[in-house]
Ligand binder design. Structure first.
Ligand code: C2E
Ligand code: CA
Ligand code: CA
Ligand code: CA
Length: 276
């Protein structure tokens, strides 16, 4: 009885109870939103340093009837804890592939790649590879225009199984980027085993680079790592011309960031491309 008393004490902490209730309410709301089709994708241009557009990253938003446009940081973590990330991730994949297939019909967009974020629980599902291949087949999107963005912690969970999955998708033409590189538990001992096409330098290093030598040193190391491993390097979160000049000087081939464009609804992305 004493032990039970101790264990239940925290539930009488009103602040904690409020957090538990809020989280449960958010989960219920997310489930409703999925059924109601309230998610939308915005697209942020992925730029070559020479100024041409290489593709776009699909970024999910929740178009909430009361709260307006909710950013992914406010619901992806709860979606991941509650397994709602699986239906949400599937919706994102289908929507992105549908747009990608539509882009093939216009000369101005036919060459663009579509980058899609994949969460760990989604990737580690046994049917992940089949689901992606099925979605490509059903939407008619070209596999060699699809790039999946994975995180370091995801890749480290089961390196052998991960490599096998990546290779099956790669055989179909799908490519892979390592997202937020430098912020996770990078280990050089596994990096060379992974069939990655691109390293994306986390924006914290790009922002630090202008002011601190340590940020600049990290950018330099990632660029030389990319060269040694035959992977392209993209700088994330480029907001100023000075940052762009710096990442170009360091040898990054690609960048994305508010300097060129924020993530945009598809019609705005297409308008931007039409005016390039
Ligand atoms: P991420 O994959 O690192 O995506 C880049 C984030 O940086 C995006 O935030 C983008 O809007 C923001 N960003 C881009 N350029 C700049 C810049 O110059 N300055 C600043 N301050 N920010 C910039 P967003 O859209 O809020 O997404 C946040 C995170 O949510 C993403 O980080 C990704 O981890 C996750 N996410 C977004 N969409 C999905 C999705 O469909 N599935 C999964 N699993 N995660 C997603
Ligand atoms: Ca990403
Ligand atoms: Ca990122
Ligand atoms: Ca990030």
């Amino acid at each position: 009885a004493k032990a039970a008393g101790r264990n239940t004490v925290s539930f009488f902490d009103p602040a904690m109870q409020a957090r538990v209730n809020a989280r449960a309410a958010l989960e219920v709301d997310l489930r409703r939103a999925l059924g109601n089709g309230e998610f939308v994708l915005h697209y942020q241009p992925l730029m070559c340093v020479n100024g041409t557009m290489a593709g776009a990253e699909a970024l999910v938003r929740w178009s909430h009837p009361q709260r307006g446009m909710v950013p992914p940081a406010d619901f992806i973590p709860v979606a991941e804890e509650s397994n709602l990330i699986l239906p949400l991730g599937r919706w994102v994949m289908r929507e992105a592939c549908q747009r990608l297939a539509a882009w093939a019909g216009d000369a101005r967009t036919a060459g663009l790649e579509m980058a899609v974020n994949v969460s760990a629980s989604q990737f580690h599902r046994p049917d992940f590879v089949e689901h992606v291949l099925e979605t490509l087949a059903q939407t008619g999107a070209r596999a060699d225009r699809l790039r999946l963005e994975l995180t370091e912690s995801l890749l480290l969970k089961d390196v052998g199984g991960t490599v096998e999955k990546m290779q099956r998708l790669r055989a179909a033409g799908v490519s892979f980027a390592l997202d937020d590189f430098g912020t996770g538990y990078s280990s050089l001992s596994y990096l060379h085993r992974l069939p990655l096409d691109q390293l994306k330098i986390d924006r914290s290093f790009i922002w630090g680079a202008a002011k601190e030598d340590s940020g600049a040193a990290i950018v330099r190391i990632i660029v030389s790592l990319g060269k040694a491993l035959n992977m392209s390097v993209l700088a994330e979160g480029v907001e100023t011309q000075a940052q762009l000049d710096f990442v170009i000087a360091e040898g990054c081939q690609y960048y994305q960031g508010y300097l060129f464009s924020k993530p945009l609804p598809e019609p705005e992305l297409l308008a931007l491309i039409a005016n390039l």
